[in-house]
Design a protein around this ligand. Structure first.
Ligand code: PMV
Length: 327
């Protein structure tokens, strides 16, 4: 086979992953649950390299060392795990800003995992795919599927019971919308890896957040089963605020939010409480905000976003379908 192309989508966690119980294996301290974002995708093509080295290109140009290194490390790990020596040419295209808190690593490592599996005819089981994708970036195992996806924390030290699985496909909730509001398209100064470790080791609120988040997960399952949008949004906001509280109270304190992030949080609160527009926010390790809403409220929310000067752009998204592998 001369090449394989895979498209996978970014995901946004409604119940977050923040903290590892094993740094090397990327094993999480808790179970998380995400929804795939149809509008944010990574397309990765895998072919055999023309020389004896692996080559990584990102959006048409050789990837900068900071971006290329984690991919090279991942390839080295993959080759070691499966006894492969073939040098590879990996070409990746993101249709959204890389490393700006829009989970490009999740869609990227998911696409790479599925592509490598198919390219080398490995026929990995879904759990093996999860284990591999997770080694690139924890949340990548959730981008192996579209729809609503759970990443089980697992308890085994070797991580065999820590894997992602789809809870519901995209078709479960066709009217759900996620508006991705870009307020910063630059790379973040602190990596998620360092920031989460700082929360785990120094925030006095970390364990409280874990306990509360576990209870929220059960309620989130109910919200999804009954398609209770208000419950879903309320839980997602609470979980996000709890996660950021562990960052704001860590030593050193880490705050990814910009003044526009705060403005957007206020906008969502105002729309909900003063204008009867049921929408909620969630934010990952960056300044960008994702607004959860239902299709009929999307145009009004977008009108409000246009009036905020710090908003660089926004992208409206439905729920992602499963990744696509060709041929
Ligand atoms: O997968 P990582 O190492 O990029 O960490 C992602 C962490 C959050 O996006 C903040 C939360 C999550 O569950 O996706």
């Amino acid at each position: 086979m001369s090449s394989i192309t895979v498209t996978a989508h970014a995901n946004i966690a409604l119940i977050k992953y923040w903290g590892k119980r094993d740094q090397d294996l990327h094993l999480p301290t808790k179970t998380s649950l995400s929804v795939g974002l149809d509008a944010l995708k990574t397309t990765t093509t895998i072919a055999i390299s023309q020389d004896e080295n692996d080559h990584i290109t990102l959006n048409g140009a050789p990837a900068q060392p900071k971006t290329a290194q984690p991919i090279k490390d991942f390839l080295a790990l993959f080759k070691k795990m499966y006894g492969i020596t073939t040098p590879l040419a990996i070409s990746t295209i993101n249709n959204f800003p890389t490393a700006a808190g829009l989970a490009s690593s999740a869609s990227g490592f998911a696409a790479l995992t599925l592509g490598l599996d198919r390219f080398f005819n490995l026929n990995l089981t879904p759990r093996q795919q999860s284990h591999l994708a997770r080694r690139g970036s924890g949340s990548a195992c959730r981008s192996l599927y579209g729809g609503f996806v759970v990443w089980h924390q697992g308890h085994q030290p070797d991580g065999t019971d820590s894997y992602a699985e789809q809870r519901y496909p995209a078709t479960h909730w066709p009217t759900l919308r996620i508006i991705i509001v870009v307020v910063s398209a630059t790379e973040k100064k602190v990596s998620s890896r360092i920031a989460m470790q700082c929360s785990v080791t120094t925030s006095p609120f970390y364990h409280q957040w874990i306990e509360e988040s576990e209870q929220r997960l059960d309620l989130m399952y109910k919200a999804l089963a009954t398609k209770d949008f208000c419950l879903l949004g309320h839980l997602a906001e609470e979980d996000c605020l709890g996660m950021h509280k562990t960052m704001h109270t860590s030593i050193p304190a880490i705050n990814f939010w910009s003044p526009t992030t705060y403005e957007l949080i206020n906008l969502v609160n105002n729309l909900r409480t003063q204008h009867n527009i049921t929408c909620y926010f969630t934010i990952d390790a960056g300044a960008n905000v994702k607004i959860l809403c239902q299709a009929h409220h999307e145009p009004t929310i977008c009108n409000h976003l246009q009036k905020i000067t710090g908003v660089l752009s926004y992208i409206t998204s439905t729920i992602a379908h499963d990744p696509m592998v060709t041929p």
